[in-house]
Ligand binder design. Structure first.
Ligand code: SF4
Length: 401
């Protein structure tokens, strides 16, 4: 009797459809009439059973339904259409800045595991409101591609840096991912960026026990009203402070990473420095920068001015605030990852899915994905592209006839 079981999918019966909850925060539907076309069916929490249907037939039909339903996957937090990238999706993990793996030819490999955020920060460099599509990557696919990059580098003490255009804590298999990364001999540091809002003490323990070595924790104000104004939505500063104190009591590194937004949180910076002293953790103050597709509530400070101000704060608070990132974070240059294309190349690529920005699609060629603007046609088509920008194996292209 064919039974299809899925650890990552929960099934819930509704009136005339079945809701599929994937990795806790994503959902899609299959119509009951579509399931009935395969045969009588029974739904359990993590399985679907077709007691009267032949195995091969049921498998073929059910897989097709599953595939179709996943093309309508939605993120329940952001309410956005979501693309699931997995081993069989035909989408390579290298090529763009928001999902997959980024190798900037150093000892850090960035893992962009999920997009989407629960906050709406007024300074967000990746303004979620102009990004109508979310992405999530299969954990095993990430790990196997990550291992290939590790082998290519041929060094030890690699940092696996889990960061996203959003909040990585929404990634359901985060602890499993950290565990798998911790089993790779060449990995010496595993860090995760977080806004801390959905962290609990239990989650902190789970991540630390899985092998997490550092939290990079964003906090931009300690004043409750201002913290909420900056977050752009309800924000419980007391929870954030409680969690920070809990992390500080654990055997894991903690760095708080406020963004200094001129004219907005100037008075909070000294308070955050004192907070870092209280927590006995590092503080990495970041200079707010303006971005084309980000929110820009202030003018960015010139670099020289920022450095001057930081030097003064160092004196006032008797604390190191300026870091030599290479030295202080053990970042080393590594063998460059080969680039299949250069700026100006004309290539053939297959359009596979929407991109994150409006009017953006992702195309695939030579084990890389390429962000293409202005394509209005169907997915699956092969097109001619001109590579317009390339850096660190992140590619942009335009269509040519
Ligand atoms: S927490 Fe980060 S990703 Fe989320 S809205 Fe704020 S700045 Fe943007």
């Amino acid at each position: 009797m064919p039974i299809f079981e899925f650890k990552d999918i929960a099934f819930e019966e509704e009136k005339d459809k079945v809701r599929l909850i994937f990795l806790r925060i994503f959902y899609t539907y299959i119509g009951k009439d579509e399931l009935r076309e395969i045969g009588n069916f029974r739904i359990s929490e993590h399985s679907v059973e077709f007691p009267d249907t032949k195995e091969n037939y049921a498998a073929k039909k059910f897989n097709a339904l599953l595939l179709k339903s996943f093309s309508n996957l939605t993120n329940s937090i952001t309410k956005k259409k979501t693309v699931y990238i997995h081993q069989n999706s035909g989408i390579p993990l290298i090529g763009n800045s928001y999902i997959g793996l980024i190798d900037r030819n150093t000892s850090i490999i960035e893992l962009r595991i999920i997009t989407g955020c629960n906050l709406d920060c007024i300074y967000c460099s990746v303004d979620q409101n102009v990004r109508p599509v979310d992405f999530v990557v299969e954990k095993d696919y990430l790990v196997s591609e990550f291992k290939k990059l590790v082998k290519h580098k041929g060094i030890n003490d690699i940092e696996a840096h889990i960061g996203t255009q959003g909040e990585p804590l929404f990634y359901e298999p985060l602890a499993e991912l950290i565990h798998d990364l911790s089993q790779i001999e060449e990995v010496g540091m595993i860090s995760v960026d977080t806004n801390g809002t959905i962290l609990t003490k239990t989650k902190v323990d789970e991540l630390v026990n899985s092998g997490l070595k550092r939290f990079n924790f964003s906090i931009n104000a300690v004043d409750a009203k201002l913290a909420e104004e900056i977050a752009g939505c309800r924000y419980n500063i007391q929870h954030i402070l409680d969690i920070l104190h809990y992390i500080a009591s654990k055997k894991v590194k903690l760095i708080i990473t406020p963004v200094w937004i001129p004219g907005i949180n100037d008075k909070e910076i000294p308070k955050l420095i004192e907070l870092s002293k209280e927590l006995k953790c590092d503080i990495g103050i970041q200079n707010f920068l303006e971005y084309e597709f980000g929110k820009n509530p202030a003018k960015e400070m010139q670099w020289e001015e920022f450095i001057e101000k930081m030097k003064k704060l160092e004196k006032d608070h008797n604390l190191k605030l300026l870091f030599d990132f290479k030295k202080d974070f053990n970042i080393r240059a590594t063998k460059p990852l080969p680039k299949p294309f250069q700026k100006g190349d004309i290539i053939k690529a297959r359009i596979v899915c929407p991109g994150r920005l409006k009017a953006e699609t992702l195309a695939v060629a030579d084990d890389r994905n390429i962000s293409v603007h202005g394509y209005g046609g169907e997915f699956g088509k092969t097109v001619k592209l001109k590579i317009t920008r390339e850096k660190h194996n992140i590619f942009y292209g335009i269509l040519i006839n």
